[in-house]
Design a protein around this ligand. Sequence first.
Ligand SMILES: O=C(O)CCC(=O)C(=O)O
Ligand SMILES: [Fe+2]
Length: 190
Amino acid sequence: MDILVEPDFVPPTQCAHLIAEFRRVSDLDAGSRKTTIRTELPAVALRRHGCLDLDPVRDRVLARLGWFYRVSGSLYLEYTLLSEMRAGDRHVLHADSERLDNGVWTPNHTPFRSHAAMLYLNTSGPAGDYRGGLLRFPGMGREISPTAGTLVGFTSGRAHQHEVTTVRDGIRYAVAFWLTPHRTHEEHWS
Ligand SMILES: O=C(O)CCC(=O)C(=O)O
Ligand SMILES: [Fe+2]
């Protein structure tokens, strides 16, 4: 199964605006979760604080993944999450809907997820905003270096196990969108 990589899904000016709004809202919303190396904010908080920019982006992400993966039935947005990863942060190898338990694949705490999309808000690399923070699919020999505005889509099961390499020298901003075929798990957005 292929990975969707679509550069320029969102223009750079809008990415910069989303970063600024994320920083503003994560300082005042009780829903933000902060550790020394990571801040996460349920994206619906942006909406509560007057930023509606993600509304059309969510609709476009849903349509794009449904088309790319030829999903014939219904598909819903399940969760939209903003993340800021600082130097030292990483995501170990995982799938989004199941996990390896003593060599046996078992549903994880979000088995209802079918697809994920990442929208990168800034850029990795020597000329970019941070070093590291690559999205890797070791089983497929694929490695994606985030650039501002690029959308990456993949499925939530074992076929698309992925990891994020350690972020160095900078801050990495992204929006994660998880999709589900189950209406009961649709995100309460408005
Ligand atoms: O930030 C990324 O590129 C991927 C994050 C991820 O895999 C996750 O949150 O499950
Ligand atoms: Fe993931």
